[in-house]
Design a protein around this ligand. Structure first.
Ligand SMILES: O=C(O)CCC(=O)C(=O)O
Ligand SMILES: [Fe+2]
Length: 523
């Protein structure tokens, strides 16, 4: 699961440098070996020249005869040894051992396909063009090197392995275009054609699949499947519709992951935010919170993002140095994040939540303790029943699909052992600012919050009645460029009986946090 965290990828850069050094050392050793070999060749040549100059009687001299024989026996053995003594094995062993001993795990096939699948997710969410992406262009900006034909082909193959023919088709087509200009070609055209034809067929483009398979049979006459497939496609078409130009390519994304709100969620991730309800459009959006003694001196800037249900951004509530300490403490503890199976109550990995996370206890460092206490200052909610601080690092395409933070009634075991009630509210500290993507979005409400470092997003998950507020369904959009670090604090019901008593009304305006500046009258 290396692809899940940027922190791991940073370590991998170190490993890559190590590999480069080993290759360089190997080349130096080999060059010395080949130079030794060259010296022998020169010696043989010069002695032979001498012998040729002397003429055939050279061998009539017993000493010369002896030396000639020696050069072709024992000395030749030495040459043979040098030739055979390729140093590769030792160096490869060295790399293998470094891999197994090092703390940095080397990526495997799974990581490669994970990274490819991350690219596909980003492509969909942010509507990126395949050719652009494969040329290192994101949002019209050149951000990295180009993929060659083979790199592109491998992304297509990762899609194919997931039966995702929609993406396979797009990537194989681009791979085909790329190798046209490659010399030598990084991947055989026949390999691409087979995948491309099959995904065209799967997406309903039988005539195109046939045309490409015919081409495959032509360029690769001994291909084990090409001829059979041509016949198969021909039978399928039964000679129908074979005249004229090929119809345009049909390629539709299949919603195999069953997320109904996919389109709305992805639009929010791209920053396509629906207009604010006119009812709220003119309300005051910022105020200084000074309702606690400590805050008289250092008020907290609050930006109201949404009134109903309430969501606010507490500005500059965590410092760069605190963030650095938290990241430092969390890094060695990061593990692939889990989710609770709603049927069994077990924690498990899921493709819909890709990030690495760690829990930091309050007594781990005075910094954690200080941050925990500050949360009470800005939320006015009792922190005795809160969960520990959770730190998350999102890697390549890291995301968390739409979910609720609170436990629903049908969910087994959730928070039972804690005996602190449900998650009444969430505090989400933004500890970095990804260059692109990574927004926190509320897909039901049409709110998108793009991370701003040092700030904390806050919202209530439960209504005054204690029932979960279904409108708080939210998601973490995939990170497109850069790094996303966040910390969560989940605040529980127990202990809030006086600060946020259950109300008879579930009215929004009761959700104030401290001395909210007076609101203008309703329009
Ligand atoms: O990272 C984010 O933006 C949201 C994270 C989240 O919703 C969660 O961890 O429950
Ligand atoms: Fe969440």
């Amino acid at each position: 699961d290396l692809f899940t965290a940027i922190a791991d990828l940073e370590h991998m850069l170190g490993a890559e440098k190590g590999v480069a050094n080993v290759i360089d050392d190997y080349i130096v050793a080999e060059q010395k070996r080949l130079n030794d070999l060259r010296k022998y060749a020169e010696e043989y040549t010069s002695r032979n020249l001498h012998a040729e100059n002397v003429g055939p009687e050279f061998v009539t001299n017993p000493i010369n005869a002896y030396l000639l024989i020696k050069r072709l026996t024992t000395e030749w053995k030495k040459v043979e040894n040098i030739m055979l003594n390729n140093r590769a094995e030792g160096f490869i062993k060295n790399i293998t051992e470094t891999r197994s001993k090092s703390l940095v795990k080397f990526p495997g096939e799974d990581d490669l396909s994970g990274a490819a699948v991350a690219l596909l997710r980003l492509q969909d969410t942010y509507k990126l063009d395949t050719a652009d992406l494969s040329n290192g262009i994101i949002g019209g900006e050149k951000v990295s090197n180009k993929l060659n034909g083979h790199d592109t082909f491998e992304v297509g193959r990762a899609a194919y392995n997931q039966k995702d023919y929609y993406h396979c088709l797009m990537w194989m087509q681009v791979a085909l275009n790329k190798i046209e200009n490659e010399n030598p070609k990084s991947v055989e055209e026949s390999e691409i054609l087979e995948y491309l034809a099959y995904s065209l067929y799967q997406q309903g483009n039988v005539r195109r699949a046939l045309a490409l398979t015919k081409r495959l049979a032509k360029i690769s006459p001994n291909h084990p499947r090409a001829k059979g497939n041509v016949k198969w496609y021909e039978d399928m078409l039964q000679g129908k519709d074979m005249q004229g130009d090929l119809p345009p390519i049909v390629n539709k994304r299949v919603e195999w992951d069953g997320i109904v709100e996919r389109d709305a969620y992805e639009a929010l991730c791209r920053g396509e935010i629906p207009p604010v309800e006119p009812k709220w459009a003119h309300k005051v959006h910022c105020y200084l919170k000074r309702d606690r003694p400590f805050l008289k001196l250092a008020p907290i800037k609050v930006e109201i993002l949404r009134y109903d249900p309430l969501a606010v951004l507490f500005k500059e509530v965590i410092s760069d140095s605190e963030i650095a300490v938290i990241k430092e403490l969390a890094s060695p503890m990061l593990k692939r994040a889990t989710v609770q199976n709603s049927k069994t109550g077990e924690l498990e990995h899921a493709t819909y939540r890709i990030s690495k996370s760690a829990w930091l206890k309050g007594d781990l460092s005075p910094v954690i303790d200080r941050v925990n206490r500050r949360i009470e200052e800005f939320t006015n909610l009792n922190q005795k029943t809160s969960e520990e601080l959770q730190v998350a690092n999102y890697g390549l395409g890291g995301h968390y699909d739409p979910h609720f933070d609170f436990a629903r009634k049908e969910e087994k075991n959730a928070f039972k052992t804690l005996n602190t009630g449900n998650r009444i509210a969430t505090v989400l500290f933004y500890m970095s600012q990804p260059e692109r993507g990574g927004a926190t979005v509320f897909n039901q409400l049409g709110t998108a919050v793009f991370p701003s470092k040092n700030d904390a997003l806050f919202w209530y998950n439960l209504k005054r009645s204690g029932d979960g507020d279904l409108r708080t369904r939210h998601a973490a959009c995939p990170v497109l460029l850069g790094v996303k670090w966040v910390s969560n604090k989940w605040i529980h019901e127990r202990g809030q009986e006086f600060t946020r008593p259950c109300g008879l009304h579930e009215d929004v305006q009761e959700n104030f946090i401290g001395d909210l500046a007076p609101l203008p009258n309703d329009p």
